[in-house]
Design a protein around this ligand. Structure first.
Ligand code: PEP
Length: 265
C-alpha cells in the first residue's frame, strides 16, 4: 500500500509571531503535492498559523497546523493549560503527544500520555505519538521492550477506528537535537517492529465488510532525530519510513524545504 509521506516541523519554544508568519508564507510557496506538510508552532502562534496555512494559494499548498501539547482533562481548574476543545475551536487538526522533552522535563508518564491520546481523539484531533529509547536502553539491548511498552500503554486501549487517527513518530532520544542520527538498519528494523505491534493488536479488528484497509498498512510511522537536508533522502527511502518529525532543521526555510522535497522523491 502506498502511504502519503508526512513531514512535520516541531518548532518547540522558538519563533516569535512575525518569524512564524514569514516562515509559513515561504512554506506556502512549495509545491510538493505528494507530501503532507505540517508545522507545530507554539501556542501563541497557532491561530495565525491556521489562518495562513489554509489560505488558498496558486499552487494549492496547504499547511496543516499541529499543537505541541494538550491537557488530558477536557476542562477545569488547570491554570496555564490548553484543552482539546480550545485547539479544535481554532482549527488545529492534530497534536504531538509523548515527545521525549515532555516525558523528561514535564514528567509525562505513559499513563498520562494515554489519557491525552484518548482526549484528543474524542475531539477528533489527530495524534502524532512519539516513542523512543534512551541511549542506555539501546546499549543494554532493551530498546524493543521500551518501545513496545510505550506503544502498548499509550495506544492499545484505542479501538480499530481510533487508531486510524494516530501517526507514530519513532524518535530515539539520543538522536534528538544531538546531530547523531540512527543508521538506516536501526531505523528500518524499529519501524518494522512498530508496524508489527500495530498489526498484532489491531488488524484482526478491522471491518472487512466495509473494505477498511488494515490499520498497520495505512499507519504512517515517522522518523525523528537529527534529520537534516543531507540525510533526509536516505531515511525517507526506507520501506517503513513514512516521513519525518523535524526539530532544528525545520526552523529555516532552506533546510526544511530541502527535507520536504526529499520526501517527495
Ligand atoms: C524533535 O524534537 O522531535 C527532533 C527530532 O529534533 P531534531 O530534529 O532537532 O533532532
Amino acid at each position: 500500500m502506498k502511504r502519503k509521506k508526512i513531514v512535520v516541523g516541531n518548532w518547540k519554544m522558538n519563533m516569535t509571531m512575525d518569524q512564524s508568519n514569514s516562515l509559513i508564507k515561504e512554506l506556502k510557496s512549495i509545491s510538493e503535492n505528494d507530501v503532507e506538510i505540517k508545522i507545530a508552532p507554539s501556542f501563541t502562534n497557532l491561530h495565525n498559523a491556521v489562518l495562513l496555512g489554509q489560505l488558498s494559494s496558486s499552487n494549492g499548498q496547504y499547511i496543516e497546523v499541529v499543537a505541541q501539547n494538550i491537557h488530558s482533562e477536557e476542562r477545569g481548574a488547570y491554570t496555564g493549560e490548553i484543552s482539546a476543545e480550545m485547539l479544535k475551536s481554532i482549527g488545529v487538526k492534530s497534536v504531538i503527544i509523548g515527545h521525549s522533552e515532555r516525558r523528561k522535563y514535564f514528567n509525562e508518564t505513559d499513563s498520562i500520555l494515554s489519557k491525552k491520546v484518548k482526549t484528543a481523539i474524542k475531539y477528533n484531533i489527530g495524534v502524532i505519538f512519539c516513542v523512543g529509547e534512551e541511549l542506555s536502553e539501546r546499549e543494554n539491548n532493551n530498546h524493543f521492550n521500551v518501545i513496545k511498552d510505550q506503544i502498548s500503554i499509550g495506544l492499545f486501549d484505542l479501538d480499530a477506528y481510533e487508531i486510524n487517527k494516530v501517526v507514530i513518530a519513532y524518535e530515539p532520544v539520543w538522536a534528538i537535537g544531538t546531530g547523531k542520527t540512527a543508521n538506516s538498519n536501526q531505523i528500518q528494523e524499529m519501524h518494522e517492529f512498530i508496524r508489527e505491534l500495530v498489526k498484532d493488536k489491531f488488524d484482526h479488528l478491522r471491518n472487512k465488510s466495509t473494505n477498511d484497509s488494515a490499520a498497520s498498512e495505512s499507519l504512517r510511522i515517522l522518523y525523528g532525530g537529527s534529520v537534516k537536508p543531507n540525510n533526509a533522502k536516505e531515511i525517507f527511502s526506507l520501506q517503513d519510513v513514512d516521513g519525518g518529525l523535524i526539530g532544528g532543521a525545520s526552523l529555516n526555510f532552506a533546510d526544511f524545504s530541502t527535507i520536504i522535497k526529499a520526501a517527495n522523491g
